[in-house]
Design a protein around this ligand. Structure first.
Ligand SMILES: [Zn+2]
Length: 422
């Protein structure tokens, strides 16, 4: 089949074009001439711009500068990049600049965990889905990057990334903002997933097959190969949420990829400690970064955090032994959380007598007021926040206290009052 190649029609203005990276320009060209995306779709996909605000202007400007007007949209639909390059080389017009962009391969791609992937309890929609990561439609846009159907690929994930993601996503599992199918079980599975992650090695190697779905033959998925990959995939599904979870994938080489899990807060989660709702009215793009991890009682004073973490190797509430990990500087660390007793937002001070060293679970439960401390330094389970029948006895544990760690009883009383545990 012979393709009629339209004439290039250039727009002189280059200001928008110059502002973008070669990879972005390459993706814009491919999206337009091969995958047939609209300008608005490209703006959203490549530049993360609101399509209704920018109306596709960004990608239009780039394509117009290269002469690729509407006649080129989807002209090479479903052809591989290599085939497109061969066709363009034979044309009498000069496509050398466009060809050099087409040759660039963007090593990054984002898979969003959608409802067909997440664990049944975490679903917001109907049906059970494939339970496999969805890569894209059965088209060249998918095969160019991932490989052909039935091929096998290797994917690596760093344990440290899973741990980072785990604590970033924790709030959404503890205070769900969406109508998930089973919020209680979802939280239980999330807690269990921590143990599943902690036994993994630092560098996790997984094996998948490029696979087509049973229910929908037009889609391409990743099918886990072998028991280990199946188990890790299950854990990934348990900690993934539609709208929040992204797998940022990087192509490391032929059939080799790396996944990085990323938690994207898509909206502001109401903060139970503050009475005002003002934050909810601020557009998401203008919110300060700190809200990405919204728990209000995290201690941010570095010196103080160091000091308290040195005192404890176990959670002061439940005695959980803190997990060792290697941080991005290569230092060996233990994962624990420094929590204010009287939150800073309520006038609490950055002082050793106002902080605790807790595991992530107990920290959340303490913030929620599900756990509190009585005047005799006994950690107790709340009767008010939980169904009363759930706990016959409020006793949870003695508070572990290092001999150099003196707490201010007034702060403990304040926390009880704040969480209605008087
Ligand atoms: Zn604990």
């Amino acid at each position: 089949m012979k393709i009629e190649i339209p004439n290039l029609q250039f727009e002189e203005k280059a200001s928008v074009f110059k502002k973008h990276t070669n990879i972005e320009i390459s993706d814009t060209i491919k999206g337009w001439i091969i995958y047939g995306d609209t300008h608005r779709q490209l703006d959203k996909k490549i530049f993360n711009l609101n399509p209704t605000e920018r109306k596709g202007w960004e990608s239009w400007s780039i394509l117009a500068h290269l002469g690729l007007k509407k006649e080129f949209k989807g002209l090479f639909k479903d052809m591989t990049v290599d085939n497109v390059i061969n066709v363009l080389k034979k044309d009498k017009q000069d496509f050398s600049q466009i060809i050099s962009y087409l040759k660039l391969e963007n090593p990054f791609r984002i898979i969003t965990a959608d409802d067909s992937f997440v664990w049944p309890n975490n679903k917001t929609g109907v049906g059970n889905g494939e339970g496999k990561a969805f890569l894209g439609p059965q088209k060249s846009i998918t095969y160019d990057y991932w490989g052909e159907l039935n091929e096998f690929i290797k994917v690596s994930i760093l344990k440290q990334n899973l741990l980072d993601y785990y604590f970033q996503s924790k709030n959404e599992f503890y205070n769900p903002t969406k109508n998930y199918r089973n919020k209680i079980k979802m939280k239980q599975e999330f807690n269990k997933a921590y143990e599943d992650i902690s036994i993994l090695t630092e560098n996790i190697e997984l094996n998948f097959q490029i696979y087509t779905g049973k229910a929908d033959k037009t889609r391409v998925y990743l099918r886990p190969e072998g028991e280990f990959t199946s188990n890790v995939t299950k854990t990934l599904r348990k900690i993934s949420l539609k709208n929040y979870t992204q797998f940022v994938t990087e192509k490391l080489g032929d059939k080799k990829f790396e996944f990085k899990l990323k938690f994207i807060p898509s909206e502001v989660i109401p903060n139970p400690a503050t009475k005002s709702n003002n934050l909810l009215q601020i557009p998401i793009s203008e919110l300060p970064k700190i809200l990405e991890r919204n728990t209000y009682s995290y201690v941010t004073n570095e010196k103080l955090v160091k000091e308290i973490k040195k005192m404890y190797s176990h959670c002061q509430f439940c005695r959980y032994k803190f997990e060792d990990y290697i941080n991005s500087n290569g230092d060996r660390k233990q994962y624990s959380e420094a929590a204010h007793i009287k939150p800073k937002s309520e006038g609490g001070l950055d002082n050793l007598n106002n902080i605790l060293c807790l595991c992530a679970n107990c920290h959340s439960l303490f913030d929620l007021g599900t756990l509190y401390i009585d005047d005799n330094y006994v950690v107790r389970k709340s009767q008010k926040l939980l169904n009363e029948s759930r706990y016959e006895d409020s006793y949870f544990n003695e508070l572990e206290l290092n001999e150099d760690h003196k707490l201010e009883l007034r702060n403990i009383k304040f926390h009880r009052k704040l969480t209605k545990n008087n």
